[in-house]
Design a binder for this molecule. Structure first.
Ligand code: ADP
Ligand code: MG
Length: 260
């Protein structure tokens, strides 16, 4: 049962459009005798249809923060509200459930199954849901179409370029229709033109209303987002809107193709 105040809170947040609300989050890792204070009071609100890039030096807390957003881990103290629901005290099982329903992940390595077609790779996350077989297939076809790979459904990873494989990984992240897409260095393994192609896909999905949070080391890649947060020593040191945001589709016209 939910209390009236829980429902009120959820409605208030939904009305304000905050998909993510982190309040004074701290994270400690216990390493034998030592204690690492990885997040030192992080508060942030991320609204529906935002496209946020996270930057910061290695060890500044980006992955720790993403793990919390992705319900892979919990803050040691502070709160995390996902679509108005406080998930910061949820146990592992409850977090896994939320993760499957609400969060899509894209990583630097594409992590596709080698002997499995693009369509089957995309369909994979639906196997853990109660969705019927025909509907699962339909959603996978739609997700591949959303990343511009409808014509590659039967290809195996080895028959696709790195950029195409990463697009399959994006389709796989979308197939359960998540509320947020979390991308940790999605262009880390790609050349610059292919990186911009992936940014074109993300901008396109964001235009359709998808909320995206992306970690990147590259300033040029961060500029395709709408907002950039910089972490330092476990804290948010900068939080700025991107001005004069480039459209990846326009930038691509200026970049040489492989054939050139
Ligand atoms: P980033 O992703 O920005 O490189 P991390 O969030 O991975 O930073 O790490 C932040 C700090 O927490 C670092 O000092 C790191 O060594 C430490 N840390 C990260 N994960 C663990 C862990 N599982 N156990 C202990 N310390 C960790
Ligand atoms: Mg990291």
């Amino acid at each position: 049962m939910q209390s009236a105040s829980q429902i009120e809170t959820r409605e208030a947040v939904a009305a304000a459009g905050a998909v993510i609300r982190v309040e004074e989050a701290h994270k400690y890792y216990e390493l034998g005798e030592t204690r690492v204070h990885a997040l030192r009071g992080v508060s942030v609100e991320i609204h529906r249809s935002e496209f946020l890039a996270i930057m910061g030096a290695s060890g500044s807390g980006k992955s720790t923060f993403m793990n919390i957003l992705g319900c892979l881990d919990r803050p040691s103290s502070g709160r995390y509200l996902l679509e108005g629901v406080d998930v910061s005290r949820h146990d592992k099982r409850a977090l896994a459930l939320i993760r499957n329903q609400k969060i899509g992940f894209v990583f630097q390595g594409f992590n596709l199954l080698a002997r499995t077609t693009a369509l089957e790779n995309t369909e994979l996350p639906t196997l853990y849901t109660k969705i019927e077989k025909a509907e699962r297939r339909k959603r996978a076809v739609e997700a591949l179409a959303m990343v511009g790979l409808a014509d590659r459904a039967e290809h195996f990873p080895s028959q696709m370029s790195g950029g195409q494989q990463q697009r399959v990984a994006v389709a796989r992240a979308l197939v359960n229709r998540p509320s947020i897409l979390l991308a940790d260095e999605p262009t880390g393994n790609l050349d610059s033109r292919t990186s911009v192609e992936i940014m074109e896909v993300l901008q396109d999905l964001n235009d359709k209303g998808l909320t995206i949070v992306m970690v990147t080391h590259e300033h040029d890649i961060a500029q395709f987002a709408k907002r950039v947060i910089v972490f330092r020593d476990g804290k948010i040191r900068k939080d700025d809107a991107v001005t004069n945001r480039p459209r990846a589709s326009e930038v691509l016209k200026t970049l040489p193709t492989l054939e050139d």
